[in-house]
Design a protein around this ligand. Structure first.
Ligand code: XMP
Length: 498
């Protein structure tokens, strides 16, 4: 009977990351020897297998820049006008390490009171002064703490107390970071303005940023211009072709066709369009959770696949639509199939710990895509707020009513009629403060290296080779085993990640 087939056929039982555990292997190499470099798509290689999700509470240019500097990549969400999304991509592609390209400027006519207000709301203390008070205006001076400390009258104008242009060391447009660093050291100043031949301000270099960003040896860069890699998502509607063109013109490296159920004629048509119109850009299709879905998108020409349906922390797709698959099984089955065609997969959603990342990679994924893990970092869009004494940031599903009302429904709603009833497939909530990605990503990387070392695998290729020859083994954990694998038996404890 159908029930017997269901019970007997192990493929009919699907497992989550928590259901599984990796068996230890033999360690014959040091932690530092574990290589986590990977492929995101057929043509894009990354030093770090982490991708930030195209969600409006996760990835805009700040997240994408830091993800790329840390060796991963960010996918800019599409819940904004196409032109704005292209601007976000351009900001990532034009990013120059250590150069602030849009510094806040003051006018010589501004008052000390305005300086204090700006300082307070932005949290920094030096401002270039330009003739029109804007970036791109002629540089007339700079204001720092030193200039304001002895002035008491709040109505005094900036031009009265700024350090004027003739006393400023400035760099010429085109200066390298190395030269700029040298000039900063010699001038013993905290900021170095960069001007063009008309003495107009084109950038500002901050000593503190230089120290932070000195080198990012892992940074993900394109091979042609050595600019940071950047991805962006689009939907499958006809006007998404125009969006894609704008993104390509802005220099996007990879387009993610974003759909909760990717096996559709709409997506196949979009993938074919992208591959024939913009062959220089890689395309990731999805989402899929079965080899047969993957097959249709591979036939359409995708360069990578995104795997996961209804398993994200903010998802209600499985509850509302009764369709989806437990993620560990989805990752295993799709990656095994896609490997035959040389197509890497991104395990998207459901990642709650470094252990989950290690499991996804050991199950065949090339990268993991994260939403909730990254939404509480400084680099995610939005402001922190306090609730019950805890510092939080908002995080919402793109299928939540809130996000859909702002245009995010593209991923979920196929009926475009104005009267169509919206059915939420996600929720909105908040996640705790995780601090800056500059500390968080190295922590995640090191956790994954520990996991791979314990499993006896030296690289992601090694993991896959051992997985498919049964030398990297998983076991299923009983509910009691899962309990045993977590903290237990303590009255109370403190959990610090790093
Ligand atoms: P995590 O678990 O990392 O998941 O927070 C992020 C992934 O979840 C997907 N996503 C959604 N899925 N309803 C869904 O069913 C939603 O509203 C929703 N929003 C995002 C998406 O794949 C993302 O990368």
């Amino acid at each position: 009977t159908a029930t017997q087939v269901f019970v007997k056929n192990p493929a009919c039982v699907a497992y989550t990351y928590d259901d599984t555990i990796v068996m230890p292997g033999h360690i014959s190499f040091s932690l530092g020897d574990v290589d986590i470099s990977t492929k995101l798509t057929r043509n894009i290689e990354l030093q770090v297998p982490f991708v930030s999700s195209p969600m409006d509470t996760v990835t805009e240019h700040k997240m994408a820049i830091t993800m790329a500097l840390q060796g991963g990549i960010g996918i800019i969400h599409s819940n904004m006008k196409a032109e704005d999304q292209a601007t976000e991509v351009r900001r990532v592609k034009k990013f120059k390490n250590g150069f602030i390209l849009d510094p806040v400027c003051l006018s010589p006519e501004s008052t000390l009171e305005e300086v204090y207000r700006t300082k307070q709301s932005l949290g920094f203390s030096s401002f270039p002064v330009t003739d029109n008070g804007k970036m791109g205006g002629r540089l007339v001076g700079i204001i720092s703490n030193r200039d304001t400390s002895f002035i008491e009258d709040p109505s005094v104008k900036v031009k009265e107390f700024m350090t004027s242009r003739d006393r400023l060391a400035c760099a010429k447009d085109g200066v390298s970071l190395e030269e700029a660093n040298k000039m900063l050291k010699e001038s013993k100043k905290g900021k170095l303005p960069v001007v063009n031949e008309k003495d107009e301000l084109v950038a500002l270099i901050a000593r503190t940023d230089l120290q932070k960003n000195r080198d990012n040896p892992r940074a993900s860069k394109d091979s042609v211009n050595k600019q940071l890699l950047c991805g962006a998502s689009i939907g499958t509607r006809p006007d998404d072709k125009i969006r894609a063109k704008l993104l390509v013109d802005a220099g996007v490296d990879v387009i993610v066709v974003d759909s909760s159920q990717g096996d559709s004629t709409y997506q196949i048509e979009m993938v074919q369009h992208l591959k024939s119109t913009h062959p220089e850009v890689d395309v990731i299709g999805g989402n899929v959770v079965t080899p047969s879905q993957a097959h249709h998108l591979i036939e359409a020409g995708v360069d990578g696949l995104r795997v996961g349906m209804g398993i994200g922390s903010i998802c209600t797709t499985q509850e509302v639509c009764a369709v989806g698959r437990a993620q560990a099984s989805a990752v295993y089955h799709v990656s095994k199939y896609a490997r035959k065609f040389g197509i890497p997969i991104v395990a998207d959603g459901g990642i709650k710990s470094t252990g989950h990342i290690t499991k996804a990679l050991c199950l065949g994924a090339g990268c993991v895509m994260m939403g909730s893990m990254l939404a509480g970092t400084d680099e995610a869009p939005g402001e922190y707020f306090y609730q019950d004494g805890v510092r939080l940031k908002r995080y919402r599903g793109m299928g939540s009513i809130e996000a859909m009302n702002q245009g995010g429904e593209k991923r979920y709603v196929w009926d475009t009629a104005k009267t169509a009833v919206k059915v939420a497939q996600g929720v909105s909530g908040a996640v705790t403060d995780k601090g800056t990605l500059q500390r968080y990503i190295p922590y995640l990387m090191q956790g994954v290296r520990h996991g791979l070392q314990d499993a006896g695998v030296k690289s992601l290729d090694d993991a896959r080779e051992k997985l498919y020859s049964n030398r990297l083994r998983f076991e299923i954990r009983s509910p009691a085993a899962q309990k045993e694998g977590g903290v237990h038996g303590l009255h109370s404890y403190q959990k610090r990640l790093y």
